[in-house]
Every structure is written in structure tokens, then in C-alpha cells.
Design a protein around this ligand. Structure first.
Ligand code: BYC
Length: 334
């Protein structure tokens, strides 16, 4: 149901010849954007809009797939059958999100092989957050609570993205992210009712993840090179800084319920702004992580490449089966 394959451009066929003048095509596109209508794969779109979407949707897909690793490492060490089943389901969901998103990106005329090649050769970005290690079981709960919480804040507005296949994929993804966030919070609630050592482990995990999660929303608006155009095209609906602020405001009361301290001495309610003030984010660390020098970048990429290579026999078998079916159909038709 969520595949977009019915809309996929046939990359082997010659590109369709536009029937209208370029100016008319551009103004029809602009009218649709201004009227908040969806752009669909078969519609004409400016090349820069197409490129921006391929960039963002594929980065998002790569983040979901790489994001399976930090939590996946805990599946065999989950403390109970219940926690193992929940974690397995969550990590599988993330694989599924990656697949919906690769399908959405393919409708823009870039093949899955091209997208994966960009990831495996280090040309494509994925979210900075997945280059941090999961040292404790408590980290798994904190990823659910904070990382998925941040993801929901960022992704709910993308359900209204101007590109139809991306917007539709995001509706399903957000529903699942909501379960991911709740299971993380519930797991932490249980740990916080445990021994002093368990509570200390939760606090340690919160201390390590808080700042990378705030950075996950992307650079400050003034340095966000893609924001203005993304907003104009209805791809991005809320700015990086506004999403970050909304996330801080939503998370502070949740931390109080859990009984953990957020590791920011400057975090306080600002009566005038009716929002929380918070301390300075280390943007030098963020850019280092984005540019390949985070604690786990090398490990994440090499595990991903190995998994892809190990799966070659599955792709070969699927290809051989498809060719056999095709030959049978041709024989029957003859
Ligand atoms: N990490 O102009 P800006 C998940 C890059 S998966 C790395 O503001 P834009 C989950 C940015 O790409 C969550 N790079 O960009 C999975 C740009 O570089 P390029 C992933 C980042 O696109 C498993 C440059 O910085 N979510 O939830 O307007 C388990 C300047 O930035 C990051 C998505 O992908 C970063 N954090 O805004 C649990 C959501 N931030 O490309 C959870 C969809 C920025 O020009 N994506 N950069 O070379 C978006 O909403 C937007 O692309 C961003 C960035 C807000 C991320």
C-alpha cells in the first residue's frame, strides 16, 4: 500500500516531452505550491525542487536504516522477553520507514542502487545522532524518549510536505514514531522506579544524549543553507530553531515526571517569551560528526556496507526468480 511504484518513472524510457512552454510549466507549479496543492511524480517540477527532495528524502531514508544499528545492538541483550519483542518491532519499523522513503525518492527518477551507492561511498549524509554509541540499556529508552521525540517534532510537519509521495509516507511513519517514543518513556519510567544504580544509569544516558539530540534539528536558522528555499517550496514547514524550541518546551515537563535532570544549567522558563531558555549548543562538535569524525561514523558505515554485501545472495536469488518468471510468461504468450 505504501509503495509508490505505480507512480515510478520508467528510467529506461525517453523522458516525456513537456507539452507546454517552460514559463507556463513553472507558473503552473508555482500556483500549485501557493495553493498548497500536492506535486505528484507525473507533474512537471523544477530540477532544483527535484534535487532538493532527493537529497532530503534519501538522507532521511539513510538515517532510518543506519538508525537501526545503535538500538539493534541491544536486541540480544534486552533484559526481558517483553523488552526484546518491543525492541525487535521498533527496529523492524525503522527498516520499514527506510523502505517507504527510498520508494518515495525513487519516484523522483533516482534508482535505489544510486541512493545506496551514495550512502555506502560516504557521499550522502544521514542524521548526526546515529554516530553516538549506546553504552547502556538505559540508552535504548533514552533514544525512544528523546531521539524519537525529536523525530516526531521534526516529522509531523513533513506530513504536509508539498511532494505527495513524501507526505503520504510520513503519515504512516509518524504513527509508528509515536509508539516508539512512548515505549522509550515507559521503559525509562520502570527503570527510574528501580535501584539507585538503575536510576543513575538513566541519568547518565540522558546526560550523554541531550545535547546531540538538540543538535539533531540542524544548524541555527541563520546558518541553515537550505531552509529559505525549502520553506518557499512547502517542503519544510517549521524552521530548525522553532522545532528545537518546541522540543525543549515539550520535554522539560516529561523530564520532571521521570525524575531526571536535563544537563543544562542555563535551562529555565522565560516568563516573557513563555518558552524555555536553554544553553549554547556545541556546533563545532555537530559539524565534526556530520563530516565523519563522530564517535561511531566509521563503525556505522562499515557495518552498513557489510550488511549490504552479505545480502547480495538474496538480491541474486530474487533476480534469478524474476527472470525465470518472465521467461515462463513469454513462453506461455508465444
Ligand atoms: N545530521 O540547511 P539545513 C529517525 C545538514 S531518523 C546530519 O538546515 P535542511 C530515527 C543538512 O543536510 C531522523 N546532517 O538543511 C531513526 C545540510 O547539508 P546538505 C532523520 C544534518 O535539509 C531510527 C546542512 O546540514 N530525520 O528519526 O533544510 C531510530 C545544512 O542544514 C543534520 C530526517 O531526516 C543532522 N542532524 O534541514 C530513531 C527528517 N541537520 O544536505 C529515530 C527529514 C542538518 O545541504 N529531514 N544537516 O549537504 C529534515 O527535516 C531536514 O533535512 C533537516 C535539515 C532538518 C534534517
Amino acid at each position: 500500500m505504501y509503495t509508490q511504484s505505480m507512480d515510478m518513472a520508467d528510467t529506461t524510457a525517453p523522458a516525456p516531452v513537456p507539452t507546454a512552454a517552460p514559463e507556463a510549466l513553472q507558473s503552473r507549479f508555482d500556483e500549485k505550491i501557493d495553493a498548497d496543492q500536492k506535486i505528484e511524480p507525473q507533474n512537471w517540477m523544477p530540477e532544483a525542487y527535484r534535487r532538493t527532495l532527493v537529497r532530503q528524502i534519501s538522507q532521511h531514508a539513510h538515517s532510518e536504516i543506519i538508525g537501526m544499528q545503535p538500538e539493534g545492538q541491544w536486541i540480544s541483550r534486552a533484559p526481558s522477553l517483553k523488552r526484546k519483542a518491543i525492541l525487535l518491532a521498533k527496529v523492524q519499523d525503522e527498516g520499514g520507514h527506510g523502505l517507504y522513503l527510498y520508494s518515495a525518492a525513487e519516484t523522483l527518477g533516482t534508482s535505489r542502487d544510486q541512493l545506496l551507492d551514495a550512502l555506502h561511498t560516504g557521499k550522502a549524509k544521514y542524521s548526526s545522532i546515529f554516530n553516538y554509541p549506546t553504552l547502556l540499556w538505559a540508552d535504548v529508552g533514552v533514544i525512544g524518549w528523546l531521539v524519537d521525540g525529536a523525530a516526531i517534532m521534526n516529522q509531523v510537519p513533513i506530513c504536509r510536505c508539498s511532494y505527495g509521495p513524501y507526505a503520504r509516507a510520513m503519515i504512516r511513519i509518524c504513527k509508528e514514531e509515536s509508539f516508539h517514543q512512548r515505549q522509550g518513556f515507559e521503559s525509562l519510567m520502570v527503570q527510574m522506579q528501580g535501584t539507585p544504580e538503575q536510576r543513575a544509569m538513566v541519568q547518565d544516558a540522558v546526560n550523554r544524549w541531550w545535547w546531540p539530540v538538540l543538535a539533531m534539528f540542524g544548524p541555527p536558522d541563520a546558518e541553515s543553507s537550505n531552509s529559505a528555499q525549502g520553506m518557499r517550496w512547502g517542503i519544510k514547514r517549521i524552521s530548525n530553531d522553532d522545532l528545537r524550541q518546541n522540543f525543549v518546551d515539550a520535554t522539560v515537563p516529561q523530564a520532571a515526571i521521570l525524575g531526571v535532570t536535563l544537563p543544562d544549567p542555563d535551562l529555565k522558563w522565560n516568563e516573557e517569551r513563555q518558552q524555555h531558555d536553554y544553553g549554547a549548543i556545541d556546533w563545532t562538535e555537530f559539524w565534526e560528526v556530520v563530516n565523519g569524525k563522530g564517535p561511531c561514523n566509521k563503525e556505522r558505515l562499515s557495518s552498513r556496507v557489510k550488511a549490504h554485501e552479505d545480502g547480495q545472495w538474496v538480491r541474486d536469488a530474487a533476480q534469478a526468480y524474476a527472470e525465470k518468471q518472465q521467461a515462463r510468461l513469454l513462453k506461455e504468450a508465444a
